[in-house]
Design a protein around this ligand. Structure first.
Ligand SMILES: O=C(O)CCC(=O)C(=O)O
Ligand SMILES: [Fe+2]
Length: 392
């Protein structure tokens, strides 16, 4: 976890962690509501598929130890006989389930983070309100928008290039959008300095940069992921949950004089990462890739064909697996700011717990599997040959 190899050719890979995990948390009690005896059997199970017709209750006004939106989402999975019971009974049932999944420590951390965000959002005045709601025609370049609208493998192929296996690039953001976002980030940082507000950095590896989700851009970025990144990831990264991306961590990183200089060798806490350069003028800052690895193989050697350097261009996106080992070289002059969207799939993360063989995406698992198959074929051949000789 520790060493951040400068050149990224080998060495241990750091895995940046973030504080934004699951938006839930609390002090473990529901205040303000008396808890009625529940008419529910705890042996009842959630449905496998949601009831899409059901309109869930609103839980915003309750003091709950999980995010109200989790209750609204989970309600669609309640057994049919529970859909019509009083809201407090549904809360009790769902809370019991949620408690099994989110330990107290994590809930406390998530609650603190919710309060932190709330403090920013109620004090920070956005400069460009048009950034906070997605507007495809002003955000994206026409070719990208057309490809997403057509939503087919062919349409994506027409805009996407794959300069190295697993690294996909395409033009994505309009210069005007990049300018506005840069100016919004600058404005946010100005406010942070003036208010002497201590902000959380995007991850453990950055001293600079800002989490966009923390100052109001979460909903916009969620729409960006769902409507624009998930369709592409479904085609290019199906083996790591590309079609089921359901949460994200969105931030900007900043490099240059008085900022971070480079970024060490690491893997992201994401299934799929979108990295778009916003500008401004800079030299250096190339993104180097060194092959995709699972946890077990994260520190294994790089093979020649896995080495690839990418030169950032404003407005242009790079899409890669989070487990694709990478880092950023020093930005030697000017100022470089990139938008990062670490996209995650809860379904993939759950399934991963039960798997050992990741040969569909881990370069080393693939090599081991191929080697096993090769020697098994060789052994079978030898045995058949031996039998043949014995009978002649
Ligand atoms: O600076 C870059 O382009 C890479 C950033 C990155 O890999 C990250 O923040 O996870
Ligand atoms: Fe990264």
């Amino acid at each position: 976890m520790s060493l951040q190899g400068g050149s990224g050719d080998r060495g241990e890979v750091a895995s940046p962690t973030t504080g934004n995990a699951v938006s839930a948390g609390g002090n473990g009690v529901m205040s303000g509501e008396s808890i009625r005896p529940v008419t529910v059997l705890s042996s009842q199970r959630l449905r496998l598929n949601p009831n899409k017709e059901h309109k869930p209750d609103n839980y915003e006004d309750l003091q709950l130890d999980f995010s109200p939106s989790i209750f609204s989402s989970l309600e669609k999975y309640l057994p049919p006989n529970l859909l019509g019971v009083p809201r407090e009974d549904k809360v009790k049932f769902m809370r019991e389930i949620l408690l099994k999944y989110l330990p107290q420590g994590e809930r406390n951390r998530a609650q603190k983070h919710r309060e932190y965000r709330q403090k920013i959002i109620s004090n920070y005045q956005p400069l460009h309100r048009e950034l906070y709601t997605i507007n495809p025609s002003t955000f994206f370049v026409p070719d990208f928008l057309q490809a997403i609208t057509d939503n087919s493998e062919e349409s994506f192929k027409s805009i996407v290039t794959e300069p190295s296996p697993g690294v996909f690039t395409f033009n994505m953001l309009q210069p005007r959008f990049c300018e506005l976002l840069l100016s919004e980030v600058e404005n946010f940082e100005k406010w942070v300095n003036e208010a002497k507000f201590r902000i959380m950095r995007p991850n453990t590896m950055n001293k600079y940069g800002a989490v966009l989700d923390d100052f109001g851009l979460e909903t916009m970025l969620d729409k960006l992921m769902e409507g624009f990144i998930r369709p592409i990831s479904k085609v290019y990264f199906p083996e790591v949950g590309g079609s089921t991306l359901d949460s994200h961590h969105g931030f900007v990183v900043e490099y240059g004089k008085d900022r971070d200089v480079e970024l060490g060798f690491h893997v992201d806490d994401s299934e799929v990462t979108l990295n778009v350069c916003l500008g401004k003028q800079f030299s250096g800052g190339e993104l180097y890739f060194r092959g995709t690895r699972c946890d077990k193989h994260v520190n294994t050697a790089t093979h020649k064909e896995e080495s690839f350097d990418y030169v950032h261009e404003p407005g242009k996106a790079v899409l890669h697996r989070g487990r694709h080992r990478h880092g950023a070289r020093a930005t030697t002059s000017g100022h470089r700011i990139n938008l990062l969207l670490w996209c995650r799939s809860s379904v993939f993360r759950e399934m991963k717990k039960y798997q050992k063989d990741f040969s569909s995406w881990c370069g080393e698992c693939f090599r081991e599997k191929t080697e096993r198959q090769r020697s098994s074929i060789a052994a079978t051949k030898l045995e058949l040959l031996g039998r043949g000789e014995a009978t002649t």
